[in-house]
Design a protein around this ligand. Structure first.
Ligand code: ADP
Length: 489
């Protein structure tokens, strides 16, 4: 099949969170299986240009109709880890993609509506007629609408759209003027069945556009699909989701084991596998060395996360104090777009600066993340909700036992050592239900207790996690089945 991904992120060149990993991992899996896969991204000024191979201008005469003018764009082509990527650069006074950051500007909906339009315009002009266009999150929610309402009149009738919801917390709620800017008539779309936002009747909802106009809608774990439809996590979209129940599916994300794998990882000093598990302790030492932690006989409890309320920041802080008070070392790698949260964690960092058992690294550091996965004993993920979550799956591959709140994808992947219904050799971590300090302590306390009192059992738990296959093999096949189901035959 010929598949084009229209996406705002792709690891490692444009990564804010899991969306980037998913796009990269899924595209790679689809390509390995013999499909023709191309990606279209904005040409942000903050791309990791050092990781793009052979970036060259490939289409320089792209004029995108935008409101009452034509915007001149250049399209560049380059390889990202072997994936064929097109980057759209707009020469426009609003400097859509030259902001030094990926998101965080008041006109984000406008930036990405333009990007969606430019991507379709590029496909039209370059004569691309993929079987499947796969769009991701609110940023590309207008693409299916424009494809089926506008671009099909120009001959783009072959493509079908799969749309993936990565997180319902961000939906792209904005004014109807956006529609006018991309050449659509707002009156036609401002209805409850179409783009009208469920909470703000004068606003449009870009994610809703993706749900209504795509041929198939997926989210990133089966459990999260249930939660957004029935358990109050739909953020207002539950009604429209249920109205389109027949075209919904939950596919658990995979992890790219070419990149996240202790047997081949190029960022860690010692490779290891289930058979050579002791190699993990060389990495533990290296981690201590790098972060100036003391050489004590203690487990390392780690957190790698965006510092966002979704991720349970107050519980992350609580985990820190609980870990230090219960004979553990604690390592955090995290950053927040919210200055208040960042400030709070900087303050915490200064306060604990002299503690030899604790290190907080505020910022984004992919390389250090690998070393932490490899060197830590426990990985805490106390999310309020979690569409899928990659950290727990990556941690398991590195023999780091996850301690998670049982929600969304976390509940689909982590099975409690003491209370799960699964056989012993399938239990792989610790879970808790209540989103509060007691809940967290109930799980982290058991994990630390097991580490100290029953090291052999703890090692079994590590090995159980490592045996799980969270690669893209299964999800890749599921997505191909979906593509095959919807494509124009
Ligand atoms: P989300 O997409 O909600 O942020 P996920 O668990 O799906 O959460 O994906 C998080 C990804 O981002 C993982 O690959 C994790 O290792 C990585 N990550 C998160 N914060 C950082 C950070 N500060 N530095 C490096 N990598 C990070």
């Amino acid at each position: 099949m010929y598949i084009v991904m229209i996406t705002p992120e792709c690891a490692p060149v444009a990564k804010v969170g899991g969306l980037a990993d998913v796009v990269q991992g899924l595209s790679r899996e689809l390509a390995i299986r013999g499909n023709e896969v191309e990606l279209i991204l904005p040409k942000y000024d903050c791309l990791r240009y050092d990781l793009i191979w052979g970036l060259t201008p490939s289409y320089s005469d792209l004029w995108v109709p935008y409101y009452d003018q034509w915007v001149h764009c250049d399209v560049y082509f380059g390889f990202v880890h072997g994936l064929k990527c097109f980057f759209i650069d707009a020469h426009f006074h609003k400097n859509f993609f030259h902001r030094g950051v990926f998101y965080g500007h008041a006109d984000d909906p406008e930036r990405f509506a333009f990007f969606s339009k430019a991507a379709l315009e590029f496909m039209l002009k370059a004569n691309k007629h993929p079987d499947i266009i796969h769009c991701h999150d609110w940023q590309t929610g207008l693409a299916p609408l424009m494809l089926f309402e506008t671009y099909n009149q120009f001959g783009m009738t072959h493509s079908r759209v799969c749309y993936t919801l990565h997180n319902l917390q961000h939906q792209g709620i904005t004014g109807e003027f956006i529609l006018r800017q991309v050449g659509l008539n707002p009156a036609r779309y401002m209805t409850p069945e179409r783009l009208q936002d469920p909470f703000y009747p004068n606003a449009i909802n870009l994610m809703k556009s993706g749900i209504v106009f795509s041929n198939f809608v997926t989210t990133v774990s089966p459990r999260y699909m249930g939660e957004i439809r029935d358990s109050g996590l739909g953020c207002g979209l539950q009604e429209i989701l249920n109205a389109y129940g027949a075209k919904l599916g939950g596919v658990l994300n995979g992890v790219d084991y070419n990149f996240w794998n202790p047997e081949v990882d190029r960022y860690i000093p010692q490779h290891f596998s289930i058979e050579t598990l002791d190699g993990k302790y060389t990495n533990k030492q290296a981690l201590r060395h790098r972060l100036l932690l003391a050489e004590n006989f203690k487990p390392i409890v780690a957190v790698i996360s965006r510092l966002d309320h979704q991720k349970g920041v107050h519980l992350i802080r609580h985990a820190l104090y609980f870990a230090l008070a219960n004979g553990c070392q604690f390592v955090l790698l995290g950053a927040s777009p919210d200055p208040h949260i960042n400030h709070e964690f900087w303050a915490l960092k200064y306060q604990l600066n002299d503690n030899p058992d604790c290190h907080l690294e505020i910022g984004f550091d992919e390389e250090l993340a690998h070393l932490i996965y490899a060197g830590a004993d426990l990985m805490v993920v106390p999310s309020a909700f979690e569409p899928c979550g990659l950290t727990q799956m990556i941690a398991m591959k590195y023999g780091t036992v996850p301690v998670v709140r049982a929600t969304g994808g976390l509940a689909d992947t982590v099975f409690d050592a003491n209370f799960s219904q699964r056989p012993y050799d399938e239990r792989n971590g610790y879970t808790f239900n209540d989103f509060n300090a007691q809940g967290l302590e109930s799980a982290l306390g058991r994990a630390v207790g097991m580490w100290y009192a029953y090291p052999d059992h703890f090692r079994e738990l590590m090995a159980n996690g490592m045996r799980y296959d969270f690669s893209w093999k299964n999800p890749g096949q599921y997505y191909l089945n979906i593509y095959d189901y919807i494509r124009d035959k």
